[in-house]
Design a protein around this ligand. Structure first.
Ligand SMILES: [Ca+2]
Ligand SMILES: [Ca+2]
Length: 139
């Protein structure tokens, strides 16, 4: 794995022009986005399969002795079934859903789901046991 030399704030992980912060405190979706904004980023916006694979590999390793889900910055709270990224307000193009996990009414926020090998699942935005995963993107 080759990471470009990206200047990231202390505690952030650099990969391919972005910086990532893996939170420690579970929160609901809005709190998680607030946490990321306070640190100068936004909940993660996954552009490509390569980025998705990198993150899943990383959090799998983090989880060998622990078990959490991780928020993505992706929600269909406005129009059911139309998932948009919170940082750009644009529709998702690359999608990493686990099979059957993207169209649940009343589950409008997306998370890397531990029991689905960190494929994406839609979950209730109010769930407060999910960890913020933040990104600062230069692209
Ligand atoms: Ca990204
Ligand atoms: Ca939904």
């Amino acid at each position: 794995m080759v990471a470009r030399s990206t200047d990231c704030p202390d505690g952030w992980l650099a990969f391919e022009g972005s910086c990532y912060l893996f939170g420690h405190t579970p929160a609901h979706f809005t709190e998680a986005q607030h946490f990321c904004a306070q640190h100068g980023g936004s909940l993660i916006h996954v552009d490509l399969a390569m980025e998705n694979d990198f993150i899943r590999t990383y959090i799998r390793d983090l989880h060998q002795s622990d078990s959490h889900h991780w928020w993505l910055g992706l929600t269909d709270v406005l129009v059911e079934g139309h998932f948009k990224w919170v940082d750009t307000n644009t529709p998702a193009t690359f999608l990493g859903w686990a099979p059957g996990e993207e169209f649940t009414l009343n589950e409008d926020c997306a998370a890397f789901y531990n029991s689905l090998d960190f494929k994406w699942a839609d979950v209730g935005c109010e769930l407060n046991d999910i960890i913020p995963l933040c990104e600062i993107s230069s692209v």
